[in-house]
Design a protein around this ligand. Structure first.
Ligand SMILES: Nc1ncnc2c1ncn2[C@@H]1O[C@H](COP(=O)(O)OP(=O)(O)OP(=O)(O)O)[C@@H](O)[C@H]1O
Length: 849
């Protein structure tokens, strides 16, 4: 106190009041301030002990003379805060604008933020009274309003005064403590409450009063009153009064808050919470395309779509439950998108949407006839089927399955049926489907779960009565690990069960009974037995050349011509040309390659037409394609009827084969003998069954060698000095099955007897050890392919007679001579070219075996 100077630099504080112990941050500008800060830093360096009674911190300094007003315009505010300064400076003329009392401040920190601009942190030290303003400082004349003032310092209260106010002091400390606890409940800044709680115990209640008055809400005048009150009791009285008032305000605002909350109805509350949620999301950067109003919009739309889908009762319950759930989920969460996809599926599925079916038998007949040549038995069956639908009104009859080689029109026939019925068409390819989940879907709990192929198809077509083609049902793969897709198909195809088909993903029964299912397969051999049982098989055979000619003329050529942008009459091909194309450029059961080859011819005509058009000679275009043109366009012939020209060789015989893909073909068996010791060698990529047939054949020939006149005595071993080699050409193709038995025997007999078999004779049949001929499969395909290859005579097991009569086209039957054999002797009789003299006379011998 004693060291404090008589005059101080006065800084007028706009709307603030500095009280002892209070820390304030001031923004000061001017040259005086710069000078003041320099002195401050010098004193700081010297660590000069200063005189401030309220604090014993050694490094606190007070400038000798400089400080400046916060802003010049604010000088009229009646508050002063002064820092110590020189007393020789002139008196200020602003005396009237300043309050009588001020607070001595000491500088804690100075920060420069521009030219002559500083942020100065000061702390109130003690009260002072401004006695007289001196002249403004020299620098102030230029730019600042800094003023020097003579001040007298207010002494600290005497012990007597303090003793007189003991009760008030104690009460004030207690009140301050209560106030502090209240502040804690209100979660006021932690730093402030901790600081206050420290001070409550460490500083005198009188100083505490100054501090509390600055902390609580008090008016500017109240603070000034506090500054100018000298009496201990009065000061404590002011402090207590204003603190109690503040406590009341706290209580009231709390009450108002709880009242308002109670009054908010549920909707408002929800809105309020949503707003808060949005704000939080935005803050977290989680707001996305689906959030906020847009989210709401989508949900309303979804609800509308679900409503329009006319769901059955159980589906509706599930959909509404899911809709309710999704509204509570975060749109960015995984669960939300799973639920969303699920609801989308439910809304998209055609629960009650049908395409209007027209079952018009006459129209259907025209459609089927128009689209496909031949296939009369298939058309007849389809018309029967449709007639039943027309009369009975539902389709609870067995599922139709078209079986036949590739390219015979199974798929396109199904499409024609859909058109004939005015229904939508959907194709499901089952080739390679190995997982039951492909048919029935995955449960929704799996990541990336999807509905099965049937439900996906229905979603795509958007009606519940399409024609669904289950393509390649014979190519389903049974897997031990992934369930059996065929088992799921059983349920789909069973008319008794499929009105409650359950897809794992959808998890709601869906009625499939309105769908017309048609299956296709290349062979029945690999169709699972229970599935086969539920289907009605309709065979589509391979076509003969004549049939191909008609198909090409009536369907394929016009189709290709139009597809390439020409008019139907701009490519003309005679029957002779078409037949050559079918015979010499394709070798297949169906007509797919034929169609492709016709496409090549049409393209060549396109080029010719385009070139002529460019040179303006369009009129010179010749739409005809003759035999020579065919060779020019397609190159030299690929397949020839080589059989006719082939000269017969002993040991070489033509057999008939049937492949799993539904194709028939001819195959040769070649045998030769060489010096050896009776070994049988087999080549040509043969399976076990065909190898066994070769063993049986050799055994039969050896045991009947004498009767066959290839051994001189009954006990001669014909292969004693020879090894036998049997080969099936086209070694790259695996071959198996018992039907080559008769061919093998004939080939061996031909080899040993040196009698040959005409190259236009072919045969098929299984042989028993006793020489009986057993029936085999694939007769029609084999016969048709033999006809295609130019075979004139076919030897077949007697018991396959009915297959020829029923299935082989009449035209083929007329062209080929059929020999039905019961025993091996019949086969040899029909096959070998043998003179009467050489003929064996062993029939009686055989008959009593
Ligand atoms: N009898 C026919 N009349 C007219 N066009 C036919 C006939 N048979 C087949 N086609 C035509 O042959 C082409 C191939 O037929 P499609 O694709 O239906 O064969 P597919 O039997 O289904 O073969 P895959 O078993 O390989 O699926 C189609 O363009 C089809 O129109």
């Amino acid at each position: 106190m004693v060291d404090l100077p008589n005059s101080l630099l006065v800084v007028s504080l706009a709307n603030k009041v500095l009280l002892p112990l209070v820390v304030l941050k001031l923004t000061l500008k001017g040259k005086d301030v710069t000078a003041m800060t320099r002195i401050h830093s010098k004193l700081t360096e010297q660590r000069k002990p200063m005189y401030l009674p309220t604090s014993n911190q050694p490094d606190i300094n007070v400038t000798e003379r400089k400080a400046s007003k916060e802003t010049p315009s604010e000088t009229n505010l009646p508050t002063t805060s002064s820092t110590m300064t020189d007393d020789q400076l002139p008196i200020s003329n602003e005396r009237d604008l300043l309050h009588d009392y001020g607070c001595v401040a000491r500088i804690l920190q100075v920060q420069r933020f521009g030219v002559d601009s500083y942020t100065v942190t000061v702390e109130g030290v003690l009260r002072c009274k401004v006695d007289q303003l001196l002249f403004p400082s020299s620098s102030a004349q230029n730019s600042t309003d800094s003023t020097l003032a003579k001040v007298s310092y207010i002494k600290a209260p005497t012990t007597q005064e303090l003793d007189d106010a003991t009760d008030e002091l104690v009460a004030f400390r207690a009140l301050s403590k209560e106030f502090l606890s209240r502040m804690r409940q209100l979660h006021l800044p932690e730093s402030l409450t901790t600081q206050l709680s420290k001070m409550i115990d460490n500083v005198s209640p009188l100083d505490l009063a100054d501090l509390m008055v600055s902390v609580i809400e008090t008016s500017h005048d109240e603070k000034l009153l506090m500054l100018s009150t000298m009496s201990v009791k009065e000061r404590l009285g002011h402090g207590s009064e204003w603190m109690t008032r503040q406590l009341h305000i706290f209580k009231i605002s709390e009450q108002i808050h709880s009242n308002i909350e109670g009054k908010l109805n549920k909707k408002q509350r929800e809105f309020y919470l949503r707003q808060q949620l949005d704000a939080i999301k935005q803050e977290l950067g989680e707001s996305d395309a689906f959030s906020g109003g847009k989210d709401e919009d989508e949900m309303t739309q979804l609800a509308k779509r679900l409503d329009n889908a006319h769901l059955p009762k159980d589906a509706e319950i599930i959909a509404l439950r899911e809709l309710k759930r999704i509204k509570k989920l975060q749109s960015s969460s995984n669960e939300w998108s799973v639920a969303r996809n699920y609801l989308d599926l439910i809304a998209d599925l055609p629960w009650n949407k049908k395409s209007d079916e027209i079952v018009d038998i006459g129209r259907a007949k025209l459609q089927l006839d128009g689209d496909h040549f031949g296939l009369d038995h298939v058309k007849k069956r389809i018309i029967e089927y449709l007639s039943v639908v027309k009369i009975k009104g539902d389709l609870k009859s067995p599922i139709i399955c078209f079986v036949g080689p590739p390219g015979v029109g199974k798929t396109s026939f199904c499409k024609s049926i859909a058109v004939a019925l005015s229904r939508k068409f959907h194709r499901i390819s089952l080739g390679g489907v190995r997982d039951e989940a492909d048919m029935r879907g995955h449960r929704r709990t799996y990541v990336g779960a999807m509905p099965g192929l049937i439900i996906q198809g229905l979603r795509k077509v958007g009606v519940n009565n399409p024609v669904v083609l289950l393509d390649e049902v014979d190519k389903l793969v049974h897997s031990a690990h992934h369930g059996d897709p065929a088992a799921a198909l059983l349920e789909v195809l069973d008319p008794e069960q499929n009105d409650t088909f359950s897809d794992h993903y959808l998890n709601i029964d869906f009625d499939l009974s309105n769908i017309l299912f048609i299956a296709t397969a290349n062979t029945v051999d690999t169709i699972p037995e229970p599935l086969l049982d539920r289907m009605e098989i309709i065979h589509l055979n391979g076509y003969t050349f004549e049939e191909k000619l008609h198909i090409a003329k009536a369907h394929l050529l016009p189709k290709q011509t139009v597809a390439h942008g020409l008019k139907p009459d701009q490519v003309q091909m005679d029957d002779q040309v078409l037949l050559k194309l079918a015979e010499n450029y394709t070798r297949e059961s169906g007509v797919r390659t034929l169609e492709r080859t016709l496409g090549s011819v049409v393209r060549a005509k396109c080029v010719a037409f385009a070139e002529l058009r460019e040179s303006g000679k369009e009129h010179n275009y010749n739409p005809k394609v003759d035999l020579q043109d065919l060779e020019d366009i397609l190159g030299i012939v690929k397949f020839e009827k080589e059989l006719a020209e082939r000269s017969p060789v002993p040991g070489v015989v033509t057999g008939l084969a049937y492949s799993g893909s539904g194709n028939g073909s001819i195959l040769f068996v070649e045998t030769s003998k060489m010096p050896g010791e009776g070994k049988l060698q087999l080549t040509g990529s043969l399976g076990d069954v065909i190898k066994e047939s070769a063993q049986i054949a050799l055994t039969w020939v050896k045991s009947h060698a004498y009767a066959l006149k290839i051994a001189s005595s009954n006990d001669q071993n014909i292969v004693e000095k020879y090894d036998i080699h049997v080969h099936f050409p086209m070694g790259a193709l695996p071959k198996d099955g018992p039907s080559a038995g008769v061919t093998l025997v004939t080939s061996l007999v031909s080899l040993f007897s040196t009698c040959h078999v005409p190259s236009t004779t072919a045969m098929t049949g299984e042989i028993s050890l006793r020489g009986q001929i057993l029936p085999v499969g694939g007769i029609k395909e084999k016969v048709i392919s033999a006809h295609r290859a130019g075979i004139k005579k076919i030897i077949l097991p007697y018991r396959n007679r009915k297959d020829v009569k029923q299935d082989v086209p009449e035209r083929v039957q007329k062209d080929i001579e059929f020999v039905y054999a019961k025993t091996m002797w019949d086969v040899l009789d029909a096959a070998l070219i043998i003179s009467d003299k050489e003929k064996w006379t062993t029939r009686s011998y055989e008959s009593h075996l």
